[in-house]
Design a protein around this ligand. Structure first.
Ligand SMILES: NC(=O)c1ccc[n+]([C@@H]2O[C@H](COP(=O)([O-])OP(=O)(O)OC[C@H]3O[C@@H](n4cnc5c(N)ncnc54)[C@H](O)[C@@H]3O)[C@@H](O)[C@H]2O)c1
Length: 336
């Protein structure tokens, strides 16, 4: 009998480890999220009819969130600064789903205008009666070396990505605690957990969001039906590079570069919705080799630093040589 168990284990353990290794190498999300996408609640069942407020809904991840949530049958509030773009997104939502005109509210909002957030929140509650999910998605990134960057840029990033998000959350959360339920979902980043050169101010805002919401979550343990969820994507196809901050406020980026190596927006958003439907508190979403970084930073920081220094040096060299910093990790830097 003992012999039988030993022989079975000697097969089972290597096969089990091999399956994990293969999953790990080909995965594009952490195991909790992948398991939820295989065996958990389906977003189209769980999110149907819910009222979802998306910030930054005029492009990229926010725009795709609007389309996929519309197909799930969620009622939507679309917010960003450009009203005409939001109406374009609304039209597409209505064309590709069963939603009616009244189910999608276009609500222009500037995250930097914090004094307007209370009034915008009241408008949403007057219109739909309640808010089930707030997705804090709006934000901007950065492409510049700190030594060449004005501190105003760091302030601009903090005002937008951190304080803008905190301000809207401050308005919406009391409504959720009164109801005893709701979800606040915040789009952080891989660089909310690790560091990446050319984005010191941006990394700081995402680390700040992680710290803020990780501290807020245990303050809400009396409200077990309120979910605080952080989404940490690696590179995803969107308009983010066109909109980055550079060395100076209002100076546009010189070149946008290729998006091909990045995760398709639809895949990232699908995984986000799986995570929301299944109450996942932190979602790691990235193609390899980026996903390996999350695990390395979590479990083997010395190794993570070694790789970060190697790739970071390359990224800075390429940036200085005028090559796209994102897609150029594994290419030879230009010398002229
Ligand atoms: N694309 C990526 O590789 C990536 C990776 C990790 C995290 N993120 C995060 O995802 C979120 C969405 O970015 P994206 O990639 O879709 O980029 P994007 O530039 O396509 O979309 C950003 C959205 O934020 C809005 N926005 C910018 N400033 C605003 C303001 N002052 N007030 C209101 N809205 C404002 C824009 O109008 C746009 O709708 C951001 O928080 C970003 O940091 C993106």
């Amino acid at each position: 009998m003992d012999c039988w168990i030993v022989s079975a284990l000697s097969w089972f353990i290597p096969v089990y480890l091999l399956i994990h290794l293969l999953c790990f190498l080909f995965a594009d999300a952490d195991f909790t999220l992948l398991w939820a996408s295989l065996a958990g609640h389906k977003p189209e069942r769980k999110l149907k009819g819910l009222v979802v407020w998306i910030t930054g809904a005029s492009s990229g991840i926010g725009e795709e969130l609007a389309y996929q949530l519309a197909k799930c049958g969620s009622r939507l509030i679309l917010s960003a600064r450009r009203e005409d773009e939001l109406h374009r997104v609304k039209r597409h939502c209505l064309e590709t789903s069963d939603l009616k005109d009244d189910d999608v509210l276009v609500l222009p909002l500037d995250l930097l205008e914090r004094t307007s957030h209370e009034e915008r929140t009241k408008t949403v509650i007057r219109y739909f009666g309640h808010i089930d999910i707030l997705i804090n998605n709006g934000g901007r990134s950065q492409r510049s070396l700190f030594l060449e960057t004005s501190v105003d840029v760091c302030q601009g990033l903090m005002e937008l990505n951190f304080l803008g998000t905190v301000s809207l959350t401050k308005q919406v959360l009391p409504h959720m605690t009164q109801r005893g339920r709701g979800s606040i979902v915040t789009v952080s980043s891989l660089v909310g957990l690790a560091g990446a050169p050319l984005a010191t101010g941006y990394c700081a805002t995402k680390h700040a969001l992680q710290g803020f919401f990780n501290a807020l979550r245990p303050e809400l343990t009396d409200y077990p039906k309120i979910l605080i969820s952080m989404v940490c994507p690696g590179p995803v196809q969107s308009q983010i590079i066109s909109n980055v901050f550079t060395e100076e406020l209002n100076k546009p980026v010189a070149s946008v570069g290729s998006q091909e190596h990045k995760m398709p927006t639809s895949r990232c958003v699908h995984l986000m919705l799986v995570g929301i439907a299944n109450g996942v508190k932190e979602m790691w979403i990235a193609q390899q080799p980026f996903l390996l970084f999350y695990y390395a930073w979590q479990y083997a920081p010395t190794f993570a630093w070694f790789i970060t220094d190697l790739l970071g040096r390359k990224r800075v060299q390429n940036f200085k040589a005028g090559v796209d910093a994102d897609s150029a990790y594994f290419t030879k830097p230009k010398t002229s």
